[in-house]
Design a protein around this ligand. Structure first.
Ligand code: 13P
Ligand code: SF4
Length: 312
């Protein structure tokens, strides 16, 4: 779409937001054009904090389904809209509620800590949620002797085990996007840019996280790039973050890690990229698709999220 078409749609979206008292929350992994029309852009933790306290009648969530569900759980009286209902998450899909219920029954003495990248049904079976921003803090806040089942991200769970010295039992799930980053592609970029610092999301595999000068959530990575004296960064997380990086720090240089073996081509989450200005406009206009959650399920899921927010 041309930039003129983009700005016409952006104006129509702004008019609808005003008319309907709607706000748009967007994740850093969405397209730059989508982030540009959002009222608030953040990582998973900041977005759930925002959703819990927002003053609006409608929340349009520019992101994937588990994020919009979390917003609905925290703001049940608001209309929560998700432009593309099929916008899922490989990590959330790697842990079904039926499988979790079965494993919980095998480990009745384990507390379930779940990454927010899970369905509302899984959150309803969870004791406490976490995001990549607060996972260390949440786990360290639990008594040392407490046994923990960490779901669904084996990479984030392994990273926390390494940092804390704990031996949480890990679910065997992963984000298929972050699994694409390779140590070999990072090493090649380091050779080309020896001064650059390496920033990595902990959803990446251990051998990739091991190369990081900084490992953390998308918001953590953004802060690190601002606070660091370095001028160049090798970026091992989803490519949408480059929009905010380049906006915030226009004099610094960012090198996205390409797919292994490829000389170009960023690693992107196709589900996040399903959100477009066109479907945001249609969704706001029709006030549909809406997120609907059974009240009993919502109340159960809410406990695990509010427990996280209280400890963040
Ligand atoms: P954060 O928003 O916590 O950085 O997580 C990244 C992610 O993969 C969201 O889907
Ligand atoms: Fe899920 Fe990975 Fe996409 Fe995040 S980047 S929404 S964890 S598939």
């Amino acid at each position: 779409m041309s930039s003129v078409e983009n700005s016409v749609l952006a104006e129509k979206i702004a008019a609808l937001k005003k008319e309907k008292r709607a706000i748009i929350l967007a994740h850093y992994y969405t397209d730059g054009a989508v982030q540009a029309v959002a009222d608030f852009v953040g990582d998973s933790l900041a977005l759930s904090q925002k959703a819990a306290g927002v003053d609006a009648d409608i929340i349009l969530f520019a992101g994937v389904r588990f994020m919009a569900e979390t917003a609905k759980v925290l703001s049940p009286d608001k209309k929560v809209l998700l432009p593309v209902v099929e916008a899922g998450c490989s990590l959330a899909d790697s842990c079904s509620a039926a499988d979790l219920a079965r494993v919980k029954a095998e480990y009745p003495d384990h507390l379930v800590v779940a990454y927010v990248n899970t369905s509302v049904e899984v959150k309803a079976l969870t004791d406490i949620c976490c995001t990549s921003s607060n996972a260390l803090k949440i786990v360290e806040g639990l008594p040392k002797e407490q046994k923990i089942l960490f779901v669904p991200d084996r990479n984030l769970g392994g990273y926390i085990n390494k940092c804390t010295g704990r031996e949480m039992k890990l679910w065997d799930g992963a984000c298929l996007v972050h699994e694409e980053f390779s140590a070999e592609a990072i090493e090649a970029l380091k050779k080309a840019h020896p001064q650059a610092k390496v920033v990595v999301h902990p959803e990446c595999r251990a051998e990739v996280v091991q190369l990081a000068d900084y490992a953390g959530s998308t918001a953590g990575i953004l802060s690190y790039c601002g606070e660091s004296e370095a001028e160049e960064f090798i970026v091992a997380t989803e490519s949408g973050i480059l929009y905010e990086m380049e906006n915030r720090y226009p004099t610094k240089r960012f090198y996205p890690v390409p797919k292994s073996g490829a000389c170009e081509g960023c690693i992107s989450c196709l589900d996040m990229k399903k959100v477009t200005l066109e479907n945001i406009y249609e969704t706001l206009l029709n006030e549909s698709p809406k997120v609907v959650i059974d009240e009993e399920m919502r109340v159960k899921a809410e406990k695990s999220i509010t427990r996280m927010l209280a400890g963040s």
